[in-house]
Design a protein around this ligand. Sequence first.
Ligand code: LER
Ligand code: MN
Length: 271
Amino acid sequence: MIPSAVTVSLVTQARGGPFVFWDDLSAAAEKAAALGFDAIEIFAPSPSAVNADELKALLAKHKLKLAAVGTGAGMVIHGLSLIDPNPDQRAKAADFVRSIIDMGGPFGAPAIIGSMQGKWGGGQSRDEALALLGNACEELGEYAAKYNVPLIYEPLNRYETNLICTVAEGVKFLKSLKTTNVKLLADLFHMNIEEANIADGIRAGKGYIGHVHFVDSNRRPAGLGHMDYEPIAAALKEIGYEGYASAEAFAYPDPDAAAKQTIEAYNKYIK
Ligand code: LER
Ligand code: MN
């Protein structure tokens, strides 16, 4: 069983980004539940933007789970990266991720490392950057274990990172770590750009994929691009994937229609 989730962004600086619901967590939860989603995924500017007791009550009221929490605000708002050559900046980046792990952990929700992985270049080589990313994932992966959740690492497309862009490269990276508590995020939008074949990419991630961003080729909601979902859904089932299919997509044509479009595609292909 692959449960469904939908993203909610509370980050004004990310306006126009790939999130379905915006600004109002309570309204988003109500709409998500009414459409039949199992969970929400929250993109917050900081942990203090979400009151834990209120979130607990909101999720209980709507019988929703918290699927995951994003850390991208560390990059979008503060310009932090886990591979920053400056150790003080790296420490701040790790502190920010830890604070987001502390936010999601009590809800059983893993934190996602996406844009906070940064890009190598300038005076820094790819190997140096990968070593720093590896150190961060070792430490933050073990930190997340105290909540019994993994840390989720997301390969991104070439326009967003030059570190790791495919699932197979992600698996190689995870195999190089001592910790086994880091899993991959298979974001179908990034995979559509980077994988030779998306279903094969999913199969390459067997045992390593912990989260899926369910979205179409053009980052619109599933069904509004040219993604061929049948082989993708078959591959997810074949590898025994049981994490979320979480809609990280543009609010196209608007949040309500995007959410409805997503749940219809989820019911058709994934459920
Ligand atoms: C985050 O999940 C993601 O997919 C990135 O494209 C955000 O920069
Ligand atoms: Mn993503």
